[in-house]
Design a binder for this molecule. Structure first.
Ligand code: PMP
Length: 450
């Protein structure tokens, strides 16, 4: 592992980046991106030799950690053999990736449509649902993120939607369950579940169930707050969809492929959707890849009639080779089981213990290697540490927390008033404990604002 400083290279990288890279979600003049020199396992490092424990898994995608040798070798071998081929051909590596994915998705989701990432998966799931039902509308929850392309950003419920919202895409938002900030003023999980399902029924009744093609949910909403649904909620939505002939789409782009300690988050509740979107963990993002797993019934809609959608790089050989190697490595090395064990034995108990000691921690929640720490000014009122969608000065307490993490060598995932503890599924017990110790220190910076 080479962590030697090389300031000349760092300067060149930073200058070219500043001059020519237009960064996502950023005011271009206000950012100073870290120049990354390399990465391995749960760590990445800069040109000055600073090493960071990656408690973000980048954008919650490096489920098997950085530079897994088996996946790196598979991409290399595939590159030597066949770098690219149009989606219309049958190719060994694409067929094998689809077989391995279909073998792990729940129920009869046995056909795989490949995309380059999560948003395109959502776009195509929505198109399939509309064509299958002949209905226009799609329902999604407010506390959600489904991607940054046209339909996906309209479906997204959180404020990232606002600047791009066309408000005309047949999207209707409703409230999902979230006991800590219950939209239904519920006090127990059971109440929250029952009221959330009734609210969905009411929403449907006034929209007209016969106009609704699909309900899309993140199985465990991710960037909007890692809100583990109450027992019975997903089964309840499944039943509502069945009763009204609505396609049930589960977005597992973030929660899938081991993140929650199961192959898919839906496995925790034994729920089978009609369409399941995936990306990120399918190959840990080594090469862009996503897709839709499709039920037999919906797939049959397109047996005689063509599916009107496609992508030049659908089922790209390098992406599929990395997916095959990733899934094999996850199975061989017990990586999903590791995520479950780290969640149960280390992160869950460790975060609850931090919550007891730090007044800024309002709640911790999650499962596997998928945890949210909700930071508040006041535990009694649950007032968030920063206002909703805060920026600039208003966001200073979260900026101070983030800076404290980075200074100590912990790279956090931060969104609004939350930090998400989302290390790779391969994280070791030692690394997880070390990360918790660094988080402990950084939370003191947040406590100063309570
Ligand atoms: N759905 C969910 C649940 C996600 O978390 C994301 C990405 N954070 C997306 C869709 C969009 O994926 P991508 O950025 O690959 O387009």
């Amino acid at each position: 592992m080479n962590t030697q400083p090389d300031p000349r290279t760092k300067a060149a990288v930073k200058a070219a980046d500043r001059a020519h890279v237009f960064h996502s979600w950023s005011a271009q003049g206000l950012i100073d991106p870290l120049a990354v020199a390399g990465a391995e396992g749960s760590y990445f490092w800069d040109y000055d030799g600073n090493r960071y424990l990656d408690f973000s898994s980048q954008l919650v995608n490096t489920n098997i950690g950085h530079q897994h040798p088996k996946v790196v070798a598979a991409v290399r071998e595939q590159a030597a053999k066949l770098c690219t081929i149009a989606p219309g051909f049958a190719v060994d590596v694409r067929a094998e990736a689809a077989r391995l994915i279909a073998g792990r998705t729940p129920g009869d989701l046995d056909k795989i449509f490949f995309t380059n990432g999560g948003a395109e998966a959502v776009e195509n799931a929505v198109r399939m649902a509309r064509l299958h039902t002949g209905r226009p509308k799609v329902l999604s929850t407010y506390r959600s993120y489904h991607g940054a392309t046209a339909a996906a950003i309209n479906l997204t419920g959180d404020p990232r939607r606002w600047p791009s919202d066309t408000a005309s895409a047949g999207v209707v938002h409703f409230w999902g369950p979230f006991l800590y900030r219950s939209p239904f003023h519920a006090e127990t999980e059971e109440q929250e579940c029952a009221r959330a399902l009734r609210h969905l029924e009411d929403t449907l009744a006034f929209e007209g169930p016969g106009t609704v093609a699909a309900i899309i949910l993140e199985t465990v909403p991710g960037t909007a707050g890692i809100m583990v649904p109450p027992a019975g909620y997903l089964a309840g939505v499944r039943e509502i969809c069945d009763r009204h002939g609505i396609v049930f789409v589960l977005d597992e782009v973030m929660a899938g492929f081991g993140r929650t300690g199961r192959w898919f988050a839906a496995d925790h509740w034994d729920v089978t959707p009609d369409l399941l979107t995936f990306a990120k963990g399918v190959n840990s993002g080594y090469v862009p890849l996503g897709g839709v797993a499709i039920s037999a019934e919906i797939a049959a809609t397109f047996d005689e009639r063509p599916y009107p959608g496609g992508l030049t790089y659908s089922g790209h050989p390098l992406a599929c080779a990395s997916a095959v190697a990733t899934i094999e490595a996850m199975a061989e090395e017990g990586i999903v089981e590791n995520a479950a064990r780290i969640g149960e034995d280390v992160l869950g108990p460790g975060l609850r213990e931090l919550a007891e000691r730090h007044p800024s921690v309002g709640e911790v929640r999650g499962l596997g290697v998928f945890w949210a720490v909700e930071l508040v000014r006041d535990r009694a009122t649950r007032e968030p540490l920063v206002p909703y969608n805060a920026s600039g000065e208003a966001n200073a307490p979260m900026a101070a927390f983030t800076a404290a993490c980075k200074k100590s060598g912990l790279w956090p995932f931060v969104n609004m008033n939350r930090t998400h503890v989302v290390p790779p599924c391969t994280v070791s017990e030692d690394e997880a404990r070390q990360g918790l110790a660094l988080l402990d220190e950084a939370l003191t910076a947040a406590d100063a604002h309570t």
